[in-house]
Design a binder for this molecule. Sequence first.
Ligand code: PLP
Length: 355
Amino acid sequence: MRFLTPGPTQLHPRMPEFIQDALSNQIGSISHRSSAFEKIYASMSAGLLKMLGAPDGTHVFLLGSATEAMERLVENCSAKHTFHFVNGAFSERFLQIAQELDRAAVELRVAPGAGFSFDAVAIPKESELICVTHNETSTGVMLDPSDFRALKQRYPKKILAVDIVSSAPYPELPWDVVDAAFFSVQKCFGLPAGLGVLLVNDSCMEKSADILRSGRSVGSYHSFPSLFSSAQKWQTPETPNVLLLYLLGRVIEDFLATDMTQLRRELAERSALLYSFLDQSKTHRAFVTDTKVRSTTVITAEVASASSLLKKLEAQGMQVGSGYGPFKDKHIRIANFPSHSRADIEKVIQLLSAA
Ligand SMILES: *Cc1c(COP(=O)(O)O)cnc(C)c1O
């Protein structure tokens, strides 16, 4: 079976080799206080910053999931007020977490499938943290990260946090205006689930320290100050998933060796194939009509019956995602990640055109 599902998904093609190396190197037995561990963490971090084009001095924290990153950001970067761009289930989750943590959360909500006009939005004075989902996996809307610059220029004091879970390492983020970004490893990195990675700059660290000084809680072992003091030694506050960390480092090394420009171009070309098929199809069509915000990494199609289509594809060895939430039977979502190939996308197109 080939998994073109939006996460978990098809594993990176070299995963058997990486896992074998992990076993040979006894990665599951080494201490998380050993220098072997510190080297794994340090080299993954350096590779990640290089790959994403993030500045030196960006702190790389290891968490359990992307959902945890949302919670940690709300706790450490807002005392009371957050602001959320909401256009689907994952941006909604960020909002809900802020509400559950008793923040006064203000939202700008647009219809599923739509993007935002960043130059027109008015964000309340009190908002401390702005939360944006770069690629809304539930509907297949991808924002243009260069739009974040105009937003931040108007609100330079607010922390800008970007969910890049189902797009990284595709987007070239404007790191001069992005304060925090996070992802989990079961999407574009082609790894088994269970590790979240959060990148934060010093503005986030200062904000967390300010909140703590004011007598409020910023959480416990995964508070930013706690994560930071461990990360200074390339360690973690708790016993982490060393195996996944090692595998992530190997995947990043592989991406860096294959030329990021080329990787991005291939992803864009493959998604263009899918959209041009959908735009010509008589039976299926692209859910996102605004071509400027069509996702490169998660392509969502409106179909007559997702469940029967998924069955047909599965019978041919292809698994794609169903619709998300209310769109469960109305949409299919096709992942286009680095672990997929042009042949995968061509096969999906061929199967869809026959269905
Ligand atoms: C999958 C996903 C998440 C949640 O990731 P977890 O690892 O399950 O916490 C958050 N945001 C987006 C955009 C996602 O696609």
